[in-house]
Design a protein around this ligand. Structure first.
Ligand SMILES: Cc1cc2nc3c(=O)[nH]c(=O)nc-3n(C[C@H](O)[C@H](O)[C@H](O)COP(=O)(O)OP(=O)(O)OC[C@H]3O[C@@H](n4cnc5c(N)ncnc54)[C@H](O)[C@@H]3O)c2cc1C
Length: 303
């Protein structure tokens, strides 16, 4: 429960506030209990205000992007979930080959913007259903490319409410991780360096990427993409899961996808508990049969 005084302190024209908001409406898994408070923040001063009131009142906050890499507890999320929109959705060209993308903008919008400006290098990200903030936080990647290959600088609000900037290597990008992993910072925008490329060529590469996704991934079912990180040693989690006879196995409505064993899909009414139990079953079985410990890429959030 969120206090009325808290809501009064953060209320303004540049914020939408929803109490007891079902998180299943904001996650690609279509799973998750209610957030005490869900705020759509459209302006940076309002964002700073919300963060400072959270600190003052000791209310926890969670920044959500497109919700495509999280599993939210059936019991919901305590405190405030913040979604960036408005000015945070903007993308602009800055300098010859660079674009600055607000953290709330989708990767799809950034890919289209780059294509329309004849700038290549972001085609790998076409089809990743996340936001720029989520992509930088996770170092999202696919088909030989990663966000780390193109990011030059990122502005963010640190744990003390101060706006700072990271440049180049200080992003500490790792496989599906970055400087921001497990920190309470808010990414505001990121600047990406691309290179001039023929628009048609970019379009063709994007189409090709999407084709590969459609042929290999269960895109007709809610999921959070690949549940596990790729283990070290060049093996794929999906191959190990299949090898252990887990393809198609289900708990409740959560099922190891028949199309791509690295995905868990929601066949309708799956709960976070179902998905968690299925993840545990996969980890235990793969460890027993192959000795390899799978690590989760999907983040578990909430109570
Ligand atoms: C069908 C499907 C296919 C996918 N394919 C791929 C793929 O090929 N490659 C890949 O890497 N991933 C893939 N994913 C996973 C997911 O899309 C990526 O991890 C994506 O980068 C997550 O972005 P998001 O905006 O949805 O982040 P969310 O899931 O909303 O959040 C993820 C983390 O980022 C943090 N975060 C988000 N925005 C901010 C911000 N502004 N400031 C601070 N922290 C923030 C959140 O707090 C959270 O900890 C796939 C998912 C699906 C459903």
């Amino acid at each position: 429960m969120i206090k009325k005084e808290f809501l009064e302190k953060i209320r303004s024209d540049e914020i939408e506030i929803y109490e007891d908001e079902p998180m299943s409406q904001h996650t690609s898994f279509r799973i998750g209990g209610k957030a005490d408070c869900f705020c759509v923040v459209k302006e940076s001063d309002v964002l700073k205000k919300v963060l400072s009131v959270c600190k003052e009142e000791n209310v926890p906050f969670f920044i959500i992007g497109m919700g495509s890499n999280i599993l939210v507890s059936d019991e919901g999320i305590e405190g405030v979930v913040i979604k960036l929109s408005g000015e945070f959705d903007e993308i602009e060209k800055v300098g010859e080959n660079q674009i600055r993308c607000g953290a709330g903008a989708t990767l799809a919008a950034a890919c289209n913007f780059a294509k329309n400006n004849s700038l290549g290098g972001l085609e790998f990200a076409w089809g990743i259903p996340g936001s720029i903030g989520g992509a930088v936080y996770m170092n999202a990647g696919a088909y030989g490319g990663e966000i780390k290959d193109v990011v030059v600088s990122t502005r963010y609000i640190d744990e003390n409410g101060v706006i700072k900037e990271l440049n180049g290597k200080s992003h500490n990008f790792t496989y599906r991780g970055s400087y921001f992993t497990n920190r309470n910072c808010v990414i505001l925008d990121t600047t990406i360096e691309l290179s001039p490329k023929n628009k048609n060529e970019i379009f063709y590469l994007m189409q090709d990427t999407m084709q590969k996704r459609k042929s290999k991934q269960p895109l007709n079912r809610p999921s959070a993409g690949s549940v596990f990180k790729r283990p070290e040693g060049g093996v794929y989690a999906a191959a190990l899961i299949e090898q252990c006879g887990l393809k198609g196995v289900s708990i409740g409505d959560a099922q190891v996808s028949e199309k791509h064993s690295g995905f868990i899909v929601n066949n309708g009414e799956a709960s976070a508990k179902d998905v968690k139990e299925l993840i545990e079953k996969i980890k235990v079985t793969v460890k027993e049969k192959t000795g390899i410990e799978l690590k989760c890429e999907v983040k578990y959030i909430g109570k």
